[in-house]
Design a protein around this ligand. Structure first.
Ligand code: PLP
Length: 403
């Protein structure tokens, strides 16, 4: 009976394809997995967080066990501003239960059924499904090695505008992109911000990975460029997640942007969630205030660096020369382009039989706009030895498949 009463949007909703793929291989003994997107549990600062959780509940329990403010803990906002080096009013920051919620609130605040969101192709599936659930039309724009293709973006904007549709925002992941591993170049960032300002199209900058940089020089975020070079703190809404730097179980993220938008996003948070977890927010505030973040980030970056090195070395050694792949300086993913006529969805089944798993790239495109000759590899879950062995087998599978 109840199934007949489900809303249309709920009926249309599919379970996460990625979760299904990951769980279809989970129980295979000896499987080498490049599929997931979890941080390594070895990077969680368990001792420090254990002490802080106990202290915060003991000393500040009367406050933090109470309902918190919908916009987030002021002490955490203060610490976040110090950490990032901004002097913004608290009204321009919203703390949320993970980036997923912040992305959803921004979409709810801006998008009506049929409105357009421009996304990168490929892009993070979790966001694509949230946009879809709100009824947005997704217009994908290809990535090149420097990030979103600006000429492609401009012609997409022209086309959509000529059709009379409203573009609500551009969704981008500039640093160590999920799934492609690409980092947007400085010039591309600047050009993108400039173009968005000239067209007055808001940008949603999703930033879960920029602090996971193991080598090379950090680039300014789009929000930073808009703030420093264009004196604008409204065109970009930057969402920073703590999931990959402290632990996704804490469900913590924050958004910075236009005070009007932040206030409307906060209204959604109030209705859906009342407030983010008060205890975790205060723990994160104390973590920052006691100066743990800098050394902790250094530690996890040096922890992950050999994993990336193992991946890139194995890829150069074992993947056939007609295969192309990204060479990130951080994050948790690399991306492989196979020859045009080869399907990674088919390769996935063959790899599963050889106890190797990855995510076929088609899963990261809007429905109906998929590319099949690509795949995502995570390099932070399997050990460096497994990475070497797994990529060796994958290289052989690709060569046999292509022969
Ligand atoms: C690009 C991107 N955005 C958002 C998220 C979700 O982050 P959170 O755990 O903060 O909801 C992820 C997690 O994998 C991600 O890769």
């Amino acid at each position: 009976m109840i199934s007949e009463k489900l809303s249309q949007a709920t009926r249309n909703m599919q379970s996460s394809m990625i979760r299904e793929l990951v769980s279809s291989t989970r129980d295979i003994p000896g499987l080498i997995s490049f599929a997931g997107g979890f941080p390594s549990p070895k990077t969680f600062p368990r001792e420090t967080l254990g002490r802080l959780y106990a202290n915060v509940i003991e000393n500040e329990g009367e406050c933090v066990l109470q309902y918190g403010a919908s916009e987030g803990d002021n002490m955490l906002k203060e610490e976040l501003l110090k950490w990032e080096g901004y002097s913004l009013p608290h009204e321009q920051i919203l703390i949320t239960a993970g980036a997923t919620n912040a992305i959803f609130y921004m979409t709810l605040a801006l998008v009506e059924k049929g409105d357009v969101i421009i996304c990168e192709a490929p892009s993070f599936l979790g966001s694509l499904v949230a946009f879809d659930a709100v009824g947005a039309e997704l217009i994908p724009v290809d990535l090149d090695r420097e990030g979103i293709d600006l000429a492609g973006l401009q012609s997409a904007v022209q086309k959509v505008t000529a059709e009379g549709k409203k573009i609500k925002f551009i969704y981008t992941i500039p640093d160590f992109h999920n799934p492609s591993g690409i980092t947007m170049s400085y010039q591309r960032r600047r050009d993108l911000v400039k173009y968005a300002l000239s067209m007055q199209i808001p940008i949603l900058e999703d930033n879960p990975y920029s602090r996971l940089r193991f080598s090379g020089t950090a680039l300014p975020t789009l929000f930073r460029i808009a703030h420093d070079e264009f004196q604008n703190t409204e065109i970009v809404t930057e969402i920073v997640s703590f999931s990959k730097i402290l632990g996704p179980g804490m469900r913590l993220a924050f958004a910075k942007g236009s005070p009007i938008l932040i206030e409307r996003m906060c209204s959604w948070q109030q209705k859906i969630n009342i407030a983010p977890d008060n205890i975790s927010q205060r723990v994160a505030a104390r973590f920052l205030a006691e100066g743990h973040m800098g050394p902790h980030l250094e530690k996890i970056c040096s922890f992950y660096a050999p994993y990336l090195e193992a991946m890139l070395t194995a890829m150069s050694r074992y993947l056939p020369p007609y295969v192309q792949y990204t060479k990130p300086e951080g994050g948790i993913f690399t991306w492989v382009w196979l020859p045009e006529d080869m399907s990674a969805d088919e390769l996935f089944e063959r790899a599963k039989a050889e106890k190797i798993s990855f995510i076929p790239g088609s899963k990261f495109y809007p429905v109906g706009k998929e590319k099949f000759n690509c795949l995502r590899l995570n390099f932070t879950f399997s050990t460096p030895e497994q990475i070497e062995q797994g990529i060796k087998s994958l290289g052989k599978l690709i060569s046999d498949f292509y022969a």
